[in-house]
Design a protein around this ligand. Structure first.
Ligand code: NA7
Length: 795
């Protein structure tokens, strides 16, 4: 806090001289220089297994012996190797943005070439243009940039912070990207046009990286929403740049916005309106050679053009995230080097440690939020985690720590799961290693959020250094395991729910629980547009009940899916799974009808089962009225609804039909089985708890009825049933009974497939547009429906 009070930044985005002054101030104030050996390159480091020590070799020829090595080598510190033909023959000045002279560069009166239009190029071009005589920008790929609005830090930003510095920093630690106040809400593609335009416009004027996109939640994951923002920015570019041809060259079209680091600039696009500034498009006129006096390009017709220059500025980027680490020859426990281990992409545990490399740490290493976050916040977290770890080892008399293969593989999976939720893989960016020829194409940072990441790191420690092997002179300990098997977005939902501190649903009573479900349903994204939604009623066995019919937007004829909602026979109605039903309708190209049925405790077993059977019969008789082709009928249901669908298939088989083409059972209740391992493993913490499940059973059925096949279909006659696809989720109390039902169906001679969904919970597959990792499961469900009903796969 004293340091913080001792320094006032003059601008929102400080420039090099001020940053250097700050570093100098900190180093002096805390007397840091005495601990630093300057002007020394670390050439290699070798682990000595016998002594549990590293031998670190410097380019000065000496060796330092150390218990631990911490690589604080930076994510963007090693410039990419030059791949421009003839650059070494240039006689003028060459400057690399990543190695900018501390005394500055004087461009006055000079002819300057800038190669590269990433952040570094885009930030330096307007400044160079102000000073030089002529500026030519060589652009291979245009990038998206928004105005930085640099200058003194505006009051509205200071207000977030002043007088509450401690709270602000704490919020930063638990935020998505290490900066508080950038929570995301709403979906751009579904927002009313005027709201979307206003939010985009406001974000354009805000000049903050994390504000880009107006705070919509789906810009980074949904192509349609992303394209809306990209169009908005391209229109801005066209409105700023006078020459339409130049404007088009500056408009990025080859990657979704945000999948390369968006840039912040001070008059970048305006610079191209200046008479002494030129843009050369390297896509049509590539550089054929750099000569002693200038740069030669080749036109599409083969002719060459040479432009003379005094200075070339290389803004060509970095061998990001891994480059500076593997530039040191690091040899681990079994003689393998880190470079070899990472040949196909970096493997780390938490982005902090590497299996095979004991007592070796990477600050903001690959697999941590690092470059996707406020770097200072992420660096501080790593430094604190590492120093706490070193203290712990010392206090416990331990001499080495190393990640286990299980822990590392689990983390790599989690990092990949997080990346797969996003559009990042659609760009040839340095995030993907794609800017460096020959580098493996792997998404390098962890995109699951700073807060979620910190929670994982803290939990590793709290669970006795889960996934680490700790060794001392005569002891070894290891609590092996994987820190996050749950999907990253499911984890975020659970963290958010935990923060709300909600009471257990069962404590609210049936009416209270129903009210709560209605309130949360009102807040969820609506799901995709369908062709038509029709509400109606049908004559249930004990009185009129409602249904909701979803028709696809495509030309018919369409088959019919009868759907039963979830809610433990107690909660829900024909509209309660609305986003999911829309999604299923669009994906499977079938008419989906969600039928209400009587609920417990008002109507206990077997009311719901009787209603389900009656609903299917009625739907088969009224298929044409519902807009579907008669005779093509499948059943689907989720949870208790999956139970009803399974029961209906058995009852209809025995009572004269109609014929069912297939049953899609999504995390279904198939048995009353209080002894299943999945019930014990997932008793708490994953929304559907053991106690909630017991409450549902208590409301629905007497003890004696719980083994009736109409409540526990696995106990029924399982022969001659329609083809089945049973979806289960890994962290679901009902997982084992779903799996058991699929196996029992198959054993009884039916076509039955079990599709387990890794890292999902009972409720996550239905969270359309919230849990993005649930989308592949929903695609599987739709594929099952299409197979049952002979609907061709989508093109
Ligand atoms: P970037 O973002 O990697 O940008 C490098 C730029 O240089 C980019 O436009 C490249 O075009 C271009 N480049 C690279 N090599 C060549 C060659 N051989 N010929 C022509 N053009 C080339 O690096 P920055 O330093 O701007 O920014 C790095 C990060 O620092 C930034 O994202 C912020 O997080 C801070 P390409 O796109 O490869 O076609």
């Amino acid at each position: 806090p004293e340091l913080e009070a001792s320094w006032e930044w003059s601008e929102k985005y400080a420039t090099q001289p001020e940053i250097l002054r700050y570093l100098d101030h900190v180093a002096t104030r805390h007397d840091l220089r005495r601990d630093v050996r300057f002007g020394t390159r670390v050439a290699g480091a070798t682990w000595n297994e016998g002594g549990h020590r590293w031998h670190v070799a410097t380019d000065a020829g000496d060796t330092v012996t150390a218990r631990h090595v911490v690589m604080a080598t930076g994510c963007l510190s090693r410039p990419k190797d030059l791949d421009i033909p003839g650059i070494e023959s240039f006689d003028g000045e060459i400057h690399t943005t990543g190695r900018w002279p501390h005394e500055g560069v004087d461009f006055t009166g000079k002819r300057v070439a800038v190669i590269g239009t990433g952040s570094s190029g885009i930030q330096s071009i307007p400044i160079i243009a102000r000073e030089c005589a002529e500026l030519t920008v060589f652009q291979r790929t245009p990038n998206f940039s928004i105005p930085a609005g640099n200058g003194p830090i505006p009051d509205h930003i200071l207000e977030r912070y002043r007088g509450r510095e401690r709270e602000y920093r704490e919020e930063a630690r638990w935020s998505g990207a290490g900066v508080p106040g950038h929570e995301r809400s709403g979906l751009a593609r579904l927002a009313p046009e005027d709201e979307r335009a206003a939010r985009f416009e406001a974000s354009w004027n805000q000049g903050e990286l994390l504000a880009i996109g107006g705070g919509f939640a789906d810009i980074g994951s949904n192509e349609e929403s992303n394209a809306l923002l990209a169009d908005f920015v391209r229109d801005k570019i066209r409105s700023i740049v006078d020459d339409p041809a130049t404007a088009e060259l500056l408009c990025p079209t080859d990657h979704p916005i945000g999948t390369k680091r968006p840039c912040l600039d001070s008059g970048y696009y305006e610079t191209y309106n200046l008479p002494h500034v030129d843009l050369v498009d390297l896509r049509t006129t590539p550089i054929s050679a750099v000569t002693a006096t200038g740069i030669q390009t080749t036109d599409p017709d083969g002719a060459t053009t040479e432009r003379p220059f005094d200075v070339i500025v290389l803004a060509t980027g970095f061998d990001a995230m891994t480059g500076a680490i593997v530039a040191v020859d690091i040899e681990g426990r079994d003689g393998t080097t880190l470079k070899q281990k990472w040949a196909d992409g970096p493997l780390t545990y938490l982005g902090l440690t590497v299996t095979g490399f004991p007592n070796f740490f990477t600050v903001t290493g690959p697999g941590s939020p690092s470059v996707l976050s406020n770097m200072a916040v992420s660096i501080e977290q790593h430094v604190e985690w590492i120093s706490d770890c070193l203290s712990y080892l010392r206090d416990e008399g331990l001499t080495s720590i190393e990640a286990t293969p299980t822990a590392e593989a689990g983390w790599v999976q989690h990092v990949n799961d997080a990346a797969d939720m996003t559009l990042y893989h659609k760009a040839n960016s340095w995030y993907m290693g794609a800017n460096v020829p020959g580098k493996p194409r792997v998404f390098l940072p962890f995109v699951g959020g700073v807060g979620a990441y910190r929670a994982a790191c803290d939990e590793v420690v709290a669970r006795d250094y889960l996934g680490f092997r700790l060794r001392g002179d005569d002891e070894e300990r290891c609590n092996d395991g994987v820190i996050r098997r749950i999907q990253p977005d499911v984890n975020l939902v659970l963290m958010a729910m935990e923060q709300l501190g909600l009471p257990p649903l069962e404590s609210l009573g049936p009416d209270g629980a129903r009210e709560f479900m209605a309130l949360s349903a009102a807040q969820r994204p609506p799901g995709p547009e369908v062709g038509e939604v029709v509400d109606g009623t049908w004559p249930g066995p004990a009185g009129e009940l409602a249904y909701r019919c979803y028709r696809p937007p495509t030309e018919g004829p369409h088959p019919l899916v009868v759907y039963f909602h979830g809610g433990g026979w107690v909660l829900g109605h024909q509209e309660s799974d609305d986003p999911f039903c829309r999604d299923l309708c669009v994906r499977s190209d079938a008419v989906v009808v969600s039928f209400d049925y009587r609920h417990a405790p008002e109507a206990r077993f077997p009311a719901a089962a009787e209603d389900a059977v009656a609903a299917v019969r009625w739907a088969a008789d009224h298929a044409a009225d519902l807009g579907a082709e008669p005779g093509r009928l499948a059943l689907a249901g989720w949870s208790a609804g999956g139970n009803l669908a399974a029961v209906a298939c058995q009852v209809l088989r025995d009572t004269g039909g109609p014929a069912i083409a297939g049953q899609l059972l999504i995390t279904p209740v198939t048995d009353h089985d209080p002894a299943s391992p999945s019930l014990a493993e997932n008793a708490e913490g994953y929304v559907l708890t053991r106690s909630l499940m017991e409450w549902f059973w208590d409301n629905y059925a007497d003890e004696a009825d719980r083994t009736d096949p109409r409540a526990a279909p696995i106990r029924g006659d399982l022969t001659n049933l329609p083809p089945a696809v049973v979806i289960t989720c890994e962290f679901d109390p009902l997982r084992d009974q779903g799996k058991a039902y699929a196996e029992a169906l198959a054993a009884a001679g039916n076509q039955a497939e079990h599709k387990p969904m890794r890292g999902q919970i009972h409720t996550s597959l239905h969270a359309v547009d919230v849990v993005i990792t649930g989308a592949p499961a929903r695609a599987e469900m739709a594929a099952a429906i299409r197979r049952f009903l002979g609907v061709p796969a989508p093109v």
